[in-house]
Ligand binder design. Structure first.
Ligand SMILES: [Zn+2]
Length: 123
């Protein structure tokens, strides 16, 4: 264990981008086996190499920068996927348990409460 610690001294190790690369590599190699696409397996191997390279890298700042850029892009991707959700309110009626969605700017006329479309319960 001591020698491993010495070996890892000053090396970058693990971060979120590393985790993402490993997961992507596992997914690609599974897909490659599932659909008989050897190309995907090669991509998985390349990802493994990138992961090991970053893990053992001594250029901490460069790796941190990559990680930061990755996290930014990842947040942007999440925003992009969830962009529609933001414009809607999601409700679950406490009486009949119906789930329904209304646009954010929709009002229910005389009441500021939400009216269930099924049982007309206000909550
Ligand atoms: Zn209801």
């Amino acid at each position: 264990m001591e020698s491993f610690r010495n070996f890892m001294q000053g090396r970058y190790g693990f971060d979120k981008l590393g985790l993402f690369i490993i997961i992507a590599s596992i997914v690609l190699s599974m897909l490659s086996r599932l659909f008989w696409l050897p190309l995907l397996n090669w991509m998985a191997i390349i990802l493994d190499i990138v992961f090991i390279y970053r893990f053992l890298s001594k250029k901490e700042f460069a790796r941190q920068r990559e990680n930061r850029i990755f996290l930014e892009k990842f947040e942007q991707a999440k925003e992009f996927i969830h962009r529609d959700r933001k414009n809607y309110n999601y409700y679950r009626c406490p009486v009949c348990k119906t789930k329904f969605v209304t646009p954010k700017n929709q009002t229910f006329g005389y009441t500021s409460k939400v009216i269930c479309p099924k049982c007309k319960n206000e909550f």
